[in-house]
Design a protein around this ligand. Structure first.
Ligand code: NDP
Length: 284
């Protein structure tokens, strides 16, 4: 039987609708949540992401400010802007869209953002809080994935969870969130042997690799929940995930589509984090 498709767009809309109320409560208290998005260079995918983030801010009632620069921007200039934004009390969240041009050290930029304004949760302090299980901000994509799993009604506790990919942005924090929900977690990467066999153990499979349709239906346990984080453009400019949807949806019980699965959730969690930042900063 074909899997149920998890509608990320709809679930993201629910998250954003819930936030509207919180934003109104803050505004009634004179707090106007504000997110600053910084984009450097002219990467078309980054432009799409930034536009989607700004659109989501509008939907929720968050003020968004964009700072756009050409690829020649100097690292020092970006650091100066971050310093200014860190010290501007009307700014609650700062997001620097990655990737940055090669001459700018991303780690240095992430480190420069004040942890209480780091709504992407990339700063080591926020990463540490995710590790210890008491985060101020949730990692956007992994937390979005958790909400999608939650929607299936399946309890993660005791389940075999396999995460394919170990990036700092997705794979590693994803594993931490699944572990926090008492999943038995395995992390796979490019050096994993017998990837298909390991994936086949999973009751819950999260794939974040960046390789079009790497995981086929033959690697999926019948009845598994399959979450596809991958976003890849084929030569024909079609957007596909890391999972081969046609074969995987024949075996899984639930599956996310690409597009319309994880992508909208990432942005919804970013909105949650921005509202949380405004709340935390307003009680200081
Ligand atoms: P990275 O390139 O940072 O990490 C990719 C990971 O996949 C690495 O850990 C790598 O292993 C692993 N990997 C590579 N090849 C294989 C393989 N053949 N078998 C098993 N593992 C492999 O990517 P990101 O985590 O940033 O992103 C992953 C995907 O998710 C991309 O398509 C990206 O566009 C998408 N994405 C989507 C988001 C959304 O909101 N929908 C948000 C963020 C990302 P190793 O560490 O050994 O190199």
């Amino acid at each position: 039987m074909a899997a149920t498709v998890i509608n990320g767009k709809e679930i993201a809309k629910k998250v954003k609708d819930n936030l509207k109320n919180d934003v109104q409560i803050l505004k009634d208290k004179g707090v106007k949540p504000c997110l600053v998005v910084v984009i450097v260079g002219d990467d078309p995918a980054s432009r799409v992401y930034v536009n989607n983030k700004k659109k989501a801010c509008e939907e929720v009632g968050i003020k968004s400010i964009e700072h756009a620069f050409g690829a020649e921007l100097k690292e020092e200039e970006l650091l100066q802007l971050i310093d200014k934004l860190n010290n501007d009390s009307s700014v609650n969240g700062i997001l620097v869209q990655l990737p940055l041009p090669k001459h700018i050290n991303e780690e240095k930029i992430i480190m420069a953002i004040k942890p209480e304004k780091d709504v992407d949760a990339f700063h080591p302090i926020n990463v540490g809080k995710i590790m210890t299980g008491n985060p101020d901000f949730m990692p956007c994509t992994p937390a979005g994935v958790m909400k999608l799993i939650e929607e299936t009604g399946i309890d993660i506790a005791g389940k075999e969870c396999v995460v394919v990919g170990r990036s700092n942005i997705v794979g590693k924090p994803q594993a931490m969130l699944l572990l926090a929900k008492n999943g038995t977690v395995t992390i796979c990467h490019s050096r994993t042997k017998n990837l298909e066999e390991v994936c086949k153990r999973a009751d819950i499979l999260v794939v974040a690799v960046g390789k079009p349709e790497l995981i086929k239906g033959s690697a999926i346990k019948p009845g598994a929940v399959v979450i596809d984080v991958g976003t890849n453009r084929t030569e024909a400019k079609k957007l596909v995930g890391d999972v081969e949807f046609s074969s995987a949806s024949e075996v899984a019980s639930y599956i996310t589509p690409v597009p319309g699965g994880v992508g909208p959730m990432t942005i919804a969690i970013l909105m949650e984090n921005t509202v949380k930042a405004a709340k935390l900063q307003s009680v200081k």
